[in-house]
Design a protein around this ligand. Structure first.
Ligand code: COI
Length: 354
């Protein structure tokens, strides 16, 4: 069992916090004073270090740079108006991290290193958690193969790290989405369910094409027929059709088992809204739009939280929504915020106090 005494902590000489305005801070631009770093070598995890945020020294032949053996997580810490600080469902992200590690042939990170390391790091940098609506401290655990070796084989040496970044809203306004039917994100048997770095690299070309055409993100479809929707940009996606919520199911292994997705399903159920986790085709979405029963479309994710979609475009068929009239997604966001900013009861014990 690893305890706080097993962490080597070196504090920064001065905090950089006073140089950063925590209001409307862009996602992922600033990093806190400290980071966590631990190496895996000779089949074991070495000393966990918490130290000033700094550049890494890495061999140019480090395997992750060549073959992409790298995974990550996204978690958020919140601060209440009266100064309490807590992390939203970090144990769920920890579990998903090790699911990704297994799929990418990487060692599992012990719970004590992940959880206790994150807690200690956050305690040290807790002043960086913004105490304002729609703001939080984004926690980025990640691991990569540091083997200096060009042979294509699983690494033996890995680095697990956690860095922290204060953030405002990821998407500042309702989004315009292009339904992608040429490029694909994930296939059955692939790594779509893992938070593998390469999934994000592979999405960039299609996303950039959509951006050039005036869209914010793409809605991925299945790789065979390009009919069944998967994920939307860096988010899971929900459709409110005829007062029911429908979101793609997890059984194919092509979408991420989002922690926000899971929380939203729980809250929708509590609100008495039926949730269906199942295949959903673009034909069904268009039919619902034509019938006037497609009420809301929104994405969910750690970074994005709940992001409303104001336009969904499939080929030359454009579905426009008046998000101002929506009821479900604002209610869900409100319920989530009440829990995350510790303004109401946390009946599911989702908040992990640091
Ligand atoms: C997250 O929501 O944590 C993500 O993974 C999105 C990130 C790639 C920006």
């Amino acid at each position: 069992m690893i305890t706080a005494a097993d962490f080597k902590v070196t504090k920064a000489e001065r905090s950089r916090l006073k140089d950063v305005n925590l209001e409307n801070v862009p996602f992922g631009k600033y990093f806190t004073d400290h980071m966590l770093e631990v190496d895996f070598a000779d089949g074991e995890w070495k000393t966990v270090e918490i130290k000033p945020y700094q550049a890494l020294t890495l061999g140019p032949s480090a395997a992750a740079l060549h073959y992409g053996q790298a995974i990550f997580e996204g978690i958020k810490a919140y601060k209440s108006a009266d100064g309490k600080a807590a992390i939203f469902r970090p144990l769920d992200n920890f579990k998903r991290f090790n699911i990704s590690a297994k799929r990418m042939q990487m060692p599992e990170v012990p719970e004590e290193i992940f959880m206790e390391g994150m807690r200690l790091l956050l305690q040290l940098d807790s002043d960086w958690i913004p105490a304002r609506a729609n703001h939080s401290l984004y926690i980025r655990p990640f691991m990569f193969s540091s083997d200096e070796m060009l042979g294509v084989r699983p690494g033996h040496n890995f680095k697990f790290m956690i860095i922290l970044s204060p953030t405002g809203p990821y998407y500042g306004k309702p989004m315009k989405i292009w339904v992608e039917e040429h490029y694909v994100r994930a296939v059955k048997g692939g790594v779509g369910f893992a938070k593998a770095a390469g999934n994000y690299a592979a999405a960039m070309y299609a996303t950039e094409e959509a951006r050039k055409n005036g869209f914010d993100q793409v809605l991925w479809t299945d790789p065979i027929e390009h009919r069944y929707v998967q994920e939307c940009g860096v988010m899971n996606v929900f459709f409110i059709i005829d007062n029911k919520a429908i979101t793609p199911g997890l059984e194919q292994g092509t979408i991420l088992a989002g922690v926000t997705r899971n929380s939203v399903i729980t809250l929708l159920n509590e609100m008495g809204i039926t949730v269906e986790e199942r295949d959903l085709s673009i034909d069904e979405i268009i039919a619902a739009h034509k019938a006037g029963t497609l009420q809301e479309v929104f994405g969910t994710g750690t970074a994005a939280t709940i992001s409303e979609i104001k336009e969904l475009c499939y080929k030359d068929y454009s579905m426009l929504f008046d998000v101002e009239k929506w009821k479900v997604s604002p209610a869900i966001k409100n319920r989530l915020d009440t829990i995350r900013y510790m303004e109401g009861p946390d009946t599911h014990h989702w908040m992990y106090y640091i």
